[in-house]
Every structure is written in C-alpha cells, then in structure tokens.
Design a protein around this ligand. Structure first.
Ligand code: AMP
Length: 130
C-alpha cells in the first residue's frame, strides 16, 4: 500500500508543489506550523530517514537546501528551521519551517489554518524564487 506521500508524488492526490526532480519532491505541508511550511521527500518510499542510503540522504539535504534558500528569500521570517520529526507518515521526510521564534518549531502548537488560495500563492511565490 503506497504512502500518502507516494500518492502525492504520483499525482493521485493533489499537492501544492514546490519542486521536483527525478529523486525528490517538495510540497507545502497541508497543516502548516507557519505559512510556507514545506515537506521534502525522496521519491523512493523508505520509512525511516536514517535508513536512506548515505548518498540519497546527502542529496535529499542538498535539494532541501535549495528549497530553503528560496523560502527564505520570499517568506518573512528570521530563518528556515529544519527538522526530521513525526510518526504519522511512514515515508522519510524533512520539514522546512519558516520561523520567527523558537516556538514556531513546536509540533505541540496548533497548526495554522490557511486558505487554499493563500496556499497556492505561497507555493507560487516559493517556486518563483527557485
Ligand atoms: P509526521 O509524519 O508526523 O511528520 O506528519 C506528516 C506531516 O505530513 C504532517 O505535518 C501533516 O500535516 C503532513 N501531511 C499529511 N498529509 C498531507 C497531505 N496530503 N499534503 C500535505 N501534507 C500532508
């Protein structure tokens, strides 16, 4: 049974896509901790981040770096936080989160409600900076 992220990558479930190449896919988190919260995933379906082959893990981070630079250039924030965290989806992923305070990285805080129009705008904005 493919993960929800594999279904997103396959285009079976819609996403607010930020970037894609042959091995990686980046898209907005649908329940963001802050506007622009992005997930970066390998297309290869591997549950645990630290089980990725070293080269794939390195390349995933270099891909995430490009996305983070683009996010930082268009989203008002102090910096882009990166965290590998969570138990919900068994498909390795990096969270990139625009932060103004340390509390913005807290996964216990309420997620933001952002309209689909605004999510589309955010995705376009980040894509335009890539
Ligand atoms: P976790 O495995 O705990 O890091 O949680 C997975 C993350 O994926 C959560 O932050 C969810 O909001 C996010 N998520 C789940 N389903 C979707 C989806 N269809 N599109 C975008 N993000 C999603």
């Amino acid at each position: 049974m493919p993960t929800i992220f594999s279904k997103i990558i396959a285009g079976e479930i819609p996403s607010y896509k930020i970037a894609e190449n042959d091995r990686f896919y980046a898209f907005l988190d649908i329940n963001p901790l802050s506007p622009g919260h992005t997930l970066v995933v390998p297309k290869q379906e591997i549950d645990k981040y630290f089980d990725l082959e070293p080269e794939l893990l390195s390349e995933l981070n270099l891909f995430a770096q490009k996305v983070a630079h683009a996010m930082r250039s268009v989203i008002p924030c102090q910096r882009i936080g990166q965290i590998v965290f969570g138990l919900e989806v068994p498909h390795a992923h990096i969270h990139l989160i625009p932060i103004r305070t340390e509390a913005d990285m807290s996964f216990t805080k309420a997620r933001e409600q952002i309209s689909s129009e605004k999510m589309k705008e955010l995705a376009e904005l980040i894509r335009s900076a890539l």
